[in-house]
Design a protein around this ligand. Structure first.
Ligand SMILES: [Zn+2]
Length: 317
């Protein structure tokens, strides 16, 4: 069997084995456009799609790499910035640090001719920018830049580095996260197809996936994030998207890069939530809080028919 056939074969088996009911449940619940990188869902980011966990031995994208591939820990980039935290190939943010009160100022050399060239992740119209956006009545922070794309459009590694995470997650869909030699990490989400595997060294401009609309997304686009120690930075500070050019060869990182986190916190404090208990329905919960079912559904961007899983967090204010 050729590698290509093998890929198709394993993927087919894999899809057949996966329970379709879980997939359907996800589709009906996610009538929101996308909730990736939500203000509080860092815990979701570590999730594998439930369908994939049982088959982690052989996965579709694992077949992209040579079966004899052995990751060489000597090639881990930017270890001086990430000391004390293991190279994690599953969790998107294993660092759990807060930088909004950082006292230091760090100057990163984004690009140098030695080991860090630059290539824009994608060139196209921005359909949704970094910052607050409305979700029904709820303002929500969008931690990345969405670039409008056609399914199958190539997406490129922005700088040289090593792929840390390449997986499927419920919110991000097929997602790639690269650790760069300059100290930044970049994340690319909603791929139709992954063309990268964790541990893979990449040069800027390498194609790491083909654009799509997997995960919580309603149309094909690239959701792109820039992170330093897990904290998101506005990508517009680095790239001028309309032309796809690098704004500066250096990036100064200080607490002002993370000042948006104060706004996120103040909005969060104004919201109230209800954790769904066993057997509770939308009707019952809305009655408890003296609101209409319609209003409750709209506030949470779900349909009136959505089945509520126990433990789900519903916004009630
Ligand atoms: Zn997005």
């Amino acid at each position: 069997m050729t590698v290509h056939n093998k890929l198709i074969y394993i993927f087919t088996v894999f899809v057949l084995l996966s329970s379709t009911s879980t997939l359907k449940a996800q589709v009906t619940e996610s009538d929101s456009t996308e909730v990736e990188s939500d203000d509080e869902n860092d815990e979701n980011e570590g999730d594998f799609d439930a369908n994939f966990t049982g088959y982690s031995d052989v996965t579709y994208w694992d077949l992209l790499r040579d079966p004899n591939f052995k990751f060489d820990p000597k090639i881990i980039p930017a270890t001086q910035h990430y000391e004390g935290v293991d190279w994690d190939t599953i969790t998107i943010n294993p660092y759990k640090v807060s930088l909004k009160e950082m006292n230091d100022t760090i100057l990163l050399a984004l690009k140098d001719s030695f080991d860090c060239e630059f290539h824009p992740p994608a060139i196209g119209d921005i359909s949704s920018n970094f910052g607050f956006r409305r979700w029904g009545r709820r303002p929500k922070f969008h931690y990345g830049v969405d670039v409008r794309m056609e399914v199958g459009d190539p997406v490129y590694a922005m700088f040289d580095g090593v792929v840390r995470v390449a997986k499927r997650s419920a919110d991000y869909g097929y997602v790639v996260l690269i650790r760069h030699y300059n100290g930044l990490e970049t994340l690319y989400a909603h791929f139709n197809q992954l063309l990268a595997y964790s541990g893979q060294p990449v040069r800027s401009g390498d194609i790491i996936g083909l654009a799509g609309s997997t995960g919580r997304s309603t149309g094909p686009h690239l959701h792109f994030e820039v992170r330093y120690k897990g904290e998101k930075i506005d990508p517009n500070k680095i790239v001028y998207f309309p032309s796809g050019s690098l704004l500066s060869d250096t990036l100064q990182i200080d607490k002002h890069c993370f000042s948006h986190l104060y706004q996120v916190k103040s909005v969060k404090l104004k919201s109230k939530y209800h954790i769904v208990k066993r057997g509770e329905t939308l009707a019952k919960i809305s009655y408890t809080y003296g609101m209409s079912v319609k209003h409750l559904a709209k506030l949470n961007r779900i349909s009136l028919k959505t089945k509520l899983a126990r433990g789900r967090r519903l916004r009630i204010k």
